[in-house]
Design a protein around this ligand. Structure first.
Ligand SMILES: NC(=O)c1ccc[n+]([C@@H]2O[C@H](COP(=O)([O-])OP(=O)(O)OC[C@H]3O[C@@H](n4cnc5c(N)ncnc54)[C@H](O)[C@@H]3O)[C@@H](O)[C@H]2O)c1
Length: 375
């Protein structure tokens, strides 16, 4: 086994803990440095991983100082979306081998495009943390579709909430993963925004309905906050059968299944019953495959940045469709955040004023409101 990959983590909040859990449990990495504006966040991070005897990370309140002083192979970017571009660019320019940036890839497609460009220019592998690509049930459903168990996929239905980029970049990525990563060719949708709701310093809608068309003819729909239902999985209908997919189960019905055939694919790492099954199971598998890719043992990686980019593009295209009242043809040409643009241009006045951020609960100290400069 090659030497362990030296990791630096930028932003020591919830999702970075998940990256770190994957790094430590996959046994391919050592976490050598943390960067966070909050020293308390870094101390809590240390405490959280105290059980791992080889965990020992130096602390930095300036991520650029961390990049300069620590010799890193891998950087995790786990701050809020608006920080992803600056931190990825700085990490890429510092000479690391690879970056695992959280989803959504960035706050705008323009920023995400910059991230891909600078990583390519510096020969740095860039990945986006859509960890649901490693949920065993998702992979089983994907394989059933590839094996023709339900014929040609006609429609995939998924349910969401809490803002399209924040929540539904997962659903957009899931559609492409299940279908074998075809291009999304068009998007049409609409949103409702009566409250001044934000998620991690980015405005979000109250409700959304979004349709996506893919090369090959499949279509998909997201119902966001239109029904009480939200979360993992999808209803998948094909020309010759149906799949009902959830976090842990796959139900298949086709001409030979004899009614609903129930599958419960086992995770490689953690068994069912764990509340954190998704993120923990997937975090280890993602980290394992990421190490293989970074070390050159694998030529491809399920979470390569092109997929994160396309997921972001798909959800931003819903806003763009609402903004322009058109069926948006992909690729997107508008590189700013279309919802922000609509708000700035006064096209989306809120009925119930008063800005609030659904993720302010993770702020520390006296902060009660997200500071965009920090994110
Ligand atoms: N893949 C998933 O399922 C999933 C789940 C949750 C969150 N996320 C994503 O993860 C990212 C982080 O979200 P979170 O909920 O973990 O955030 P969080 O609020 O828990 O943590 C963010 C951390 O970043 C730190 N930070 C802010 N500005 C910084 C700076 N300039 N330098 C260094 N540190 C800084 C904060 O102090 C905080 O500790 C977001 O992009 C979010 O969308 C993904």
């Amino acid at each position: 086994m090659a030497d362990k990959l030296r990791v630096g983590v930028i932003g020591c909040g919830d999702m970075s803990r998940n990256h770190a859990f994957g790094y430590l449990r996959s046994d391919r990495y050592e976490i050598v440095a943390l960067a966070d504006l909050s020293t308390e966040a870094m101390s809590d991070f240390d405490e959280h991983f105290a059980e791992y005897s080889d965990y020992k990370a130096e602390h930095f309140t300036d991520f650029r100082e961390m990049l300069e002083k620590s010799t890193l192979d891998v950087v995790s970017v786990g701050v809020w979306d608006k920080g992803h571009r600056a931190m990825t660019l700085a990490a890429a320019a510092s000479g690391v081998k690879a970056i695992l940036c959280e989803k959504p890839m960035a706050d705008t497609i323009g920023a995400a495009a910059d991230m891909r460009l600078v990583c390519e220019r510096n020969n740095v592998k860039l990945a986006v943390g859509h960890q649901r690509r490693w949920i065993p049930a998702y992979t089983m459903a994907k394989e059933m579709i590839a094996d023709g168990e339900i014929g040609d996929v006609r429609m995939i239905t998924a349910f969401a909430r809490d803002g399209l980029p924040n929540y539904s970049s997962h659903q957009a990525d899931m559609f492409r993963y299940l279908l074998g990563d075809p291009e999304c060719t068009w998007v049409m949708g609409n949103i409702e925004r009566e409250t001044d709701q934000w998620a991690r310093a980015i405005p979000i809608e109250d409700k959304a309905l979004a349709m996506f068309g893919f090369e090959g003819g499949a279509q998909a729909v997201i119902l966001a906050s239109l029904t009480p239902r939200a979360g993992w999985g999808a209803w998948i209908s094909g020309s010759e059968g149906l799949i009902d997919l959830s976090l842990t189960d796959v139900k298949l019905m086709n001409a030979t299944s004899g009614g609903w055939q129930h599958h419960k694919p086992d995770g490689d790492y953690l068994k069912y019953g764990d509340d954190d099954f998704e993120v923990r199971e997937a975090a280890i598998a993602q980290a394992r495959d990421f190490a293989a890719w970074v070390s050159g043992e694998a030529t491809e990686f399920r979470g390569e940045a092109q997929h994160g980019y396309k997921a972001l593009e798909m959800v931003h295209a819903v806003y763009e469709s609402a903004r322009t009242h058109t069926q948006v043809q992909m690729p997107m040409k508008t590189m700013v955040h279309p919802l922000e643009l609509m708000i700035e241009e006064g096209h989306l006045p809120v009925r119930y004023p008063g800005r609030y951020d659904i993720r302010n609960r993770s702020l520390r100290g006296e902060n009660t409101a997200s500071d965009e400069e920090n994110g």
